[in-house]
Design a protein around this ligand. Structure first.
Ligand code: SAM
Length: 392
């Protein structure tokens, strides 16, 4: 560990070696910058001294082959990553005041590992904030090129295209571009499949374009009520009003008034509490503008501008009743009670197993099996059903 104060006689690091950090903790300075291994440095801080933490730790995806992000392969990598991060996050938890929040970055693919490490460390996971930035670059292996490469076949060059950013060795490996075409604004060759099999798999890749990153919102738990904790430590609640998002929309809606969303979904305002005009409640979705947007003008392909037009995006609302029941028009209408052979309004109707033949009152169950089972297979299935408690 490199100490800020070279005069430390004992050689054992202490907070006295970090006068700026000490000054911040004592309220004499507003900030300090420390360049240390957090696993070591955090040990010097006293318990319950930090109000909040924002951190951008490794994701365990071997980012550009960096050592600090490499934890091995497959499940071994997961265990090693969780052990590494939870050790640091345990120290973060100790130094945070009760009720203190932390925002911890994660990549979607390994965000499960990050949240696991946070829970292992003792944090309470409160939410996951999704940041849609849309400008990621797909690290997709071209299946067609890979087939030609494996076959030792040279692909015919059919054109060139300009690269929009500096390519790194990973791009060269993944996209099979030749080295020497890596400069920004330079050109890479466009090739066509050389073999029949490569032609069959032309257009296939192995990854989607990254467009979202995650920020886990976690909190140190506390024994007091929220009211008691905010008064004692000044932590435990989010400053919602300070984070509201300005809008020209009128958000206060009349009780009982029906509105229609841009996707055609109608909803009736049943909330007895009015919203705040001009200020939206902050949500756990953050969207970004295109890099070319000006403060008062978005470029045409700005994702935030396009969000106003849902048809440009995958839009996945829950299916409407009409969609759920499409194709079932010719079937006789049956109530839920009829479908599970129970009395209308009976307690058993609410059983999570109603209709499964496992609770009393069921008259008959028809199991439709495949029609190509041998007598032995049929007997096996019957035995399994009897073992599972289904009477014949
Ligand atoms: C996902 S990167 C974030 C980098 C930085 N936020 C940025 O945007 O450039 C993770 C960073 O954590 C640093 N890191 C890894 N282990 C660390 C440790 N034990 N203590 C402090 N920093 C560490 C790495 O050097 C790397 O810069």
């Amino acid at each position: 560990m490199v100490a800020q104060d070279e005069n430390n006689a004992t050689g054992v690091p202490s907070l006295d070696d970090y006068p700026y950090t000490k000054a911040v903790l004592e309220g004499r300075e507003r900030w300090a910058l420390v360049d240390e291994d957090s696993a070591q440095f955090l040990k010097l801080l006293p318990d319950n001294c930090i109000d909040s933490i924002v951190c951008d730790p490794p994701s365990g995806t071997s980012f550009m082959g960096r050592e600090w992000d490499s934890f091995g392969r497959a499940q071994g990598a997961r265990s090693a990553f969780v052990a590494f991060l939870s050790e640091i996050m345990r120290e973060c938890l100790r130094v945070l005041k009760p009720g203190g929040h932390a925002l911890v970055w994660a990549l979607p693919r390994t965000s499960g590992w990050t949240s696991w490490a946070l829970e292992d460390a003792g944090f309470e996971v409160r939410d996951c904030v999704y940041h849609g930035f849309y400008s990621g670059f797909p690290k997709s292996l071209d299946a067609s090129k890979a087939i030609d490469k494996a076959a030792g076949a040279e692909r015919p060059v059919v054109g060139t295209k300009r690269v929009t950013r500096v390519l790194n060795p990973e791009d060269v490996k993944v996209h099979n571009y030749s080295v020497g075409t890596v400069a920004q604004g330079g050109e890479v060759t466009v090739t066509a499949p050389a073999t029949l099999k490569a032609a069959q798999w032309d257009g296939f890749g192995t990854a989607l374009k990254p467009a979202v990153e995650c920020w886990w919102l976690v909190r140190k738990s506390f024994n007091d009520t929220v009211a008691g904790n905010v008064l004692t430590y000044g932590t435990g609640a989010l400053n919602i009003d300070a984070c509201r998002i300005a809008t020209d929309d009128k958000l206060t809606r009349e009780l009982g008034k029906t509105t229609t969303s841009p996707s055609g979904w109608k909803s009736v305002n049943r909330s007895p509490v009015a919203g705040k005009d001009g200020a939206r409640w902050p949500s756990h979705l953050i969207v970004d503008h295109s890099e070319e947007c000006e403060p008062d003008a978005c470029v045409p392909d700005c994702p935030t501008r396009m969000l106003g037009n849902a048809s440009r995006f995958f839009f996945t609302p829950k299916p409407s009743r009409r969609e759920r029941e499409a194709g079932c028009e010719s079937l006789p209408a049956r109530s839920g009670a009829e479908a599970v052979d129970r009395e209308e309004g009976s307690a058993g109707l609410n059983s999570p197993r109603a209709g499964a033949g496992r609770t009393g009152g069921r008259k008959a169950t028809l199991f439709v099996l495949r029609d190509d089972l041998t007598p032995e297979e049929l007997e096996y299935v019957q035995r399994e059903l009897v073992a599972a408690g289904v009477a014949f």
